[in-house]
Design a protein around this ligand. Structure first.
Ligand SMILES: [Zn+2]
Length: 544
């Protein structure tokens, strides 16, 4: 084995283990011993030997690591992340969001087009976001564009600028600068994009024609049904976003699909089991439509959410345990309509979560913790702060936290979890398997969170697989270590998450992006051992 790559001078990096998840030529996945040779010069995988080669097989100049029995898997591709910069950088940012990703073996994130200001709904807006990302990304970052009323002329320029797909809302998005689309807007987007190699995605919730409350206004972007009951009760919130919102929206999208028979349609963050037969039937008729679900729908359940615990608020909502069972069954089913699992990491400031005092974090990081991040722990008990939001003008102009703490309707909807997906899924699958259920194994998790997510965003030629020629994006996973998430272990900007206090089985030990180690658990600099971000903005134009 030569000690150098074909460029002649950069020493090889060799990562080996008794267990690695490799991608075979037919795209199937296999767990096998492997020795992976990487060119630091190109950042790609030069060769893979399907056995565990010893250090002595390589020249002394080679950087060699044997991680046995830890598992080498391809870096995860999280295809649904809100980084919120610029414009709402106090919610999240490229720096903190991509550090959190790196700490969990995620080597590529795809940023959603909304919640940053400007949103990525115009070519100019995209340029502003790209400029903001420069020099800040610890992993590679791709970008979606947005579909809003009146921006159809921007869609093809955004395709040519390298966005990975588009997202539109069929219901109020929560931010004024990203309005919902009508059926007319969807039709126009479909016909505009029908011959482009892209993905048209929808937040599929839509208010159906329920005669006693919304009547003729059903096609407009209205707030959800008026809540009936205690606003701090999770059941009141859950009942306000019923499965019918999701099924009605998906039926609307499917009804328009003939306008663009080749275009890949995709439902983001599917939550309700009732959507599955509709999508299966549409796929059986040849409609190119898929769905993703999220880590929180698979491992958190309404049955266990305490009243007032607004950390769990997201839309569509986290539903019942029985609903969750059906999502897991679909993940394991042949020709599943749920092709990917993503985080939908969507943070905000603690103030906007309106968390009651008794549910606020009690585990500030110790000053000596290697987990410590560059933002101080926030104890968000500042009652008296003005938390009125633009959408709440019917409420008193100034409400105090103590007055509306725990109000699921006033709190921002979104869950922070980028970088936690692998431990979440691995732990939940192990728990379900212990009860005798058929669950996805680690190969399936790699397929759902790396291989298929890369394909969803047109990056399958370089991301989401350990295979010769691919980017050397590698996650070193200890599938045995048990650990508990506290606020000090959260690398995203605002240390608020429903996953706080959860114990996981499985920990990411190292993360490599294009042949460079970016994260090492317990390492210097909070684990970000490279000392500076090496991630890149992905703007290559989609070809598939
Ligand atoms: Zn989202």
């Amino acid at each position: 084995m030569s000690a150098s790559d074909s460029s002649g001078n950069a020493p090889l990096v060799v990562l080996a283990s008794s267990r690695a998840v490799l991608t075979l030529p037919d795209d199937s996945l296999v767990m096998t011993p492997a020795t992976i040779c990487i060119s630091p010069a190109t950042g790609t995988i030069l060769s893979i030997i399907p056995s565990l080669q010893p250090r002595s097989a390589f020249a002394p100049s080679v950087t060699y690591m044997d991680y046995s029995p830890r598992i080498l898997i391809p870096g995860l591709v999280d295809a649904h992340v809100h980084l919120n910069e610029p414009g709402r950088t106090e919610w999240e940012g490229f720096q903190t969001g991509t550090k959190a990703a790196a700490s969990g073996g995620v080597t590529t994130v795809i940023d959603m087009p909304l919640n940053a200001i400007p949103p990525t709904t115009t070519l100019d807006g995209f340029k502003v976001k790209l400029a903001a990302s420069q020099g800040q990304c610890w992993v590679d970052v791709g970008f979606y564009g947005g579909v809003i009323p009146g921006n159809a002329d921007q869609l093809l320029p955004l395709v040519e600028a390298g966005v990975r797909g588009f997202k539109g809302f069929l219901i109020d998005s929560g931010v004024d600068e990203f309005p919902a689309v009508s059926s007319t807007d969807i039709s126009l987007a479909m016909t505009t994009l029908k011959d482009s190699p892209t993905t048209l995605m929808f937040h599929a919730e839509m208010i159906p024609p329920i005669s006693d409350s919304v009547g003729d206004a059903v096609q407009q972007s209205l707030p959800p049904l008026a809540p009936r009951g205690d606003l701090a009760s999770y059941s009141t919130f859950l009942e306000s976003r019923p499965p019918a919102f999701e099924t009605y929206a998906i039926e609307e999208i499917v009804s328009l699909a003939d306008l663009a028979p080749k275009l890949h349609l995709h439902i983001v963050h599917l939550s309700a089991l009732e959507c599955i037969p509709i999508l299966r039937e549409a796929r059986a008729r040849g409609i190119n439509i898929t769905a993703e679900t999220c880590f929180h729908y698979l491992a958190l359940a309404a049955d266990h959410i305490e009243d007032g615990d607004t950390r769990h608020k997201c839309c569509p909502p986290i539903r019942s345990l029985s609903n969750q069972d059906r999502l897991w069954a679909e993940l394991s089913a042949p020709d599943s309509c749920i092709r990917t699992v993503v985080s939908d990491h969507s943070p905000c400031t603690p103030e906007l979560k309106l968390l009651p005092l008794h549910l606020q974090s009690t585990t500030p990081p110790s000053p000596t913790s290697s987990d410590i991040d560059d933002r101080p722990f926030m104890r968000h008990s500042d009652s008296g702060v003005d938390v009125s939001m633009p959408q709440q003008e019917e409420k008193p102009a100034v409400a105090t936290v103590s007055e509306i703490a725990g109000d699921f309707f006033a709190a921002w909807g979104g869950i922070s979890s980028v970088g936690l997906g692998l431990p979440i899924l691995h732990t939940a699958a192990a728990d379900r398997a212990a009860h005798g259920e058929a669950v996805p194994d680690l190969l399936d998790i790699v397929r759902l969170c790396a291989q298929a997510t890369a394909k969803q965003v047109g990056l399958a030629h370089r991301k989401g697989a350990l295979r010769v020629g691919m980017d050397a994006d590698v996650c070193v996973f200890d599938d045995e270590e048990a650990w508990t998430l506290n606020s000090g272990g959260m690398r995203w900007k605002n240390k608020v998450s429903p996953w706080e206090g959860h114990t996981f089985k499985g920990r990411v030990r190292e993360t490599w992006v294009r042949g460079r180690k970016v994260f090492e658990f317990g390492g210097r600099n909070g684990g970000f051992v490279g000392g500076r971000p090496v991630g890149r903005a992905i703007t290559e134009v989609r070809r598939e």
